[in-house]
Each structure stands twice: as structure tokens, then as C-alpha cells.
Design a protein around this ligand. Structure first.
Ligand SMILES: [Zn+2]
Length: 74
């Protein structure tokens, strides 16, 4: 697999996904992702993206400003 940005080598890594929704910061740790060794571009498999969307949907109902979740536990 190669990077779609720079065609560099891509390695499988667990990364931290962070998104801001409605002024609430959601952090998901341990997300399986593909990281480019050259430019650092991060991409996810479709099933991972879908799962992240579900986690974000679930988490944003919470009233907390910063939410930290683990990918495996969510
Ligand atoms: Zn790259």
C-alpha cells in the first residue's frame, strides 16, 4: 500500500483520532490506521471510519467538553 498524497510507504499503526463537534472535543485513542512514513498522512479503512462515526455520534450526546475514548472499548 502506498500513500495517496506522495506515494510514500504506508505503515499500519495505532493512532489517536481527534475531532471537534459542536464545541466538544472528542479524542479516540488506539485507532487502527495507515500512516505514511514520508509525509505523515493518516488514512483509515472504511470500517474504521464507520466505527469512528458511530463513536462520535454516541459521544457527542454527552455534555462534557472533552471526551477521551478508546477505540477498542467504545
Ligand atoms: Zn505520504
Amino acid at each position: 500500500m502506498t500513500c495517496f498524497m506522495c506515494r510514500g510507504d504506508v505503515e499500519d499503526k495505532l493512532t489517536t483520532f481527534m475531532v471537534e463537534v459542536d464545541g466538544c472535543i472528542i479524542i479516540v485513542k488506539g485507532v487502527p490506521s495507515h500512516v505514511c512514513t514520508q509525509c505523515g498522512e493518516i488514512s483509515y479503512d472504511t470500517n474504521v471510519v464507520m466505527r469512528l462515526e458511530k463513536i462520535v455520534e454516541k459521544m457527542k450526546k454527552s455534555a462534557t467538553e472533552i471526551i477521551v475514548s478508546s477505540y477498542e472499548a467504545a
